[in-house]
Design a protein around this ligand. Structure first.
Ligand code: PAF
Length: 280
């Protein structure tokens, strides 16, 4: 496995692989990799070569968010990437990705303005911009994203379609801890008491699943039941619990095919997300 820090090196290596006729799979990450990321890398191994980017993208963090404290450990990440079958890690410094005179952004209406976009107003502009840049650098055939960030996945699919990027976007299932908590690099922020309290997210997701599969169609009823459950946990503070159409990320009154039950909840100071995707 090769580790590089510059755009030039990635381009040269990928060009060489392309000459040999190899297909390229790409997994963009912010590092501090866990089994969730490894499942994306393993899925990307359906291609001949797998590139993983590790870059804590400053542009997608708000001024009061956790950019400075976001966990970083390149040695740990190298180990996880090599175990999962990656061929190349691209781990640039911020100055390699954003030169001093940087002024171009990829922005999107509607899909970015609901759910996480409401409490993180510039987040998806940062995500779209960095992912578009990474796609232009790596030029993969396929790119892999986790369904845990379901809104992000919907946005990336829309961006690729709207901007005619010739890349297939593959969504991969949420990977959970044994007790149900969705894997996240931010779980490391939780102290033991908060870690227990965080289970309220996956419990709320399970409750929604049970209600929907039991035939409940009214979104307000489902959301109310989830809110009651989450509010019963003293360390939890709801950011949002909503049911939206996966295509538009707009709220819907009744359960339909392709709908997303999504929640963001603060456990202490840590904001966690989880979701349930329903397809009849
Ligand atoms: O999901 C993430 O880790 C990030 O948002 C991504 C896609 C790597 C862009 O920085």
């Amino acid at each position: 496995m090769i580790v590089v820090k510059t755009i030039k090196e990635v381009r040269e290596i990928v060009k060489g692989w392309r000459k040999e006729g190899a297909t390229i799979g790409f997994v963009p990450t912010m590092g501090y990799l866990h089994e969730g990321h490894q499942s994306l890398i393993k899925a990307a191994c359906e291609n001949d070569k797998v590139v993983v980017s590790i870059f804590v993208n400053p542009m997608q963090f708000g001024p009061t968010e956790d950019l400075a404290t976001y966990p970083r450990d390149l040695e740990h990440d190298k180990e996880k990437c090599s175990q999962a079958g990656a061929d190349l890690i691209f781990a640039p410094e911020p100055s390699e990705m954003y030169h001093d005179n940087f002024q171009s952004y990829v922005d999107m209406n509607l899909l970015t303005q609901e759910l996480c976009g409401l409490s993180r107003p510039c987040h998806f502009r940062g995500v779209c911009t960095v992912v578009a840049k990474l796609f232009n650098i790596v030029m993969p055939d396929k790119a892999y994203f986790g369904q845990k960030d379901a809104q992000q996945l919907a946005i990336i699919k829309r961006m690729v379609d709207d901007l005619n990027m010739d890349i297939e976007i593959v969504g991969c299932p949420i990977i959970r801890e044994e007790d149900g908590l969705a894997k996240s690099s931010r779980n490391t922020y939780l102290d033991p008491q908060e870690r227990k309290a965080a289970l309220v997210l996956s419990k709320a997701v399970k409750l929604a699943e049970k209600l929907i599969l039991g035939g409940e169609k009214n979104c307000e009823t489902i959301v109310s039941a989830m809110k009651e459950l989450v509010n019963s946990e003293p360390l939890a503070k709801i950011d949002y619990i909503k049911i939206v159409s996966l295509d538009t990320i707009q709220q819907i009154p009744q359960i339909t095919d392709n709908c997303l039950v999504a929640l963001a909840v603060y456990i202490g100071k840590t904001r966690l997300i989880d979701n349930y995707f329903y397809q009849s």
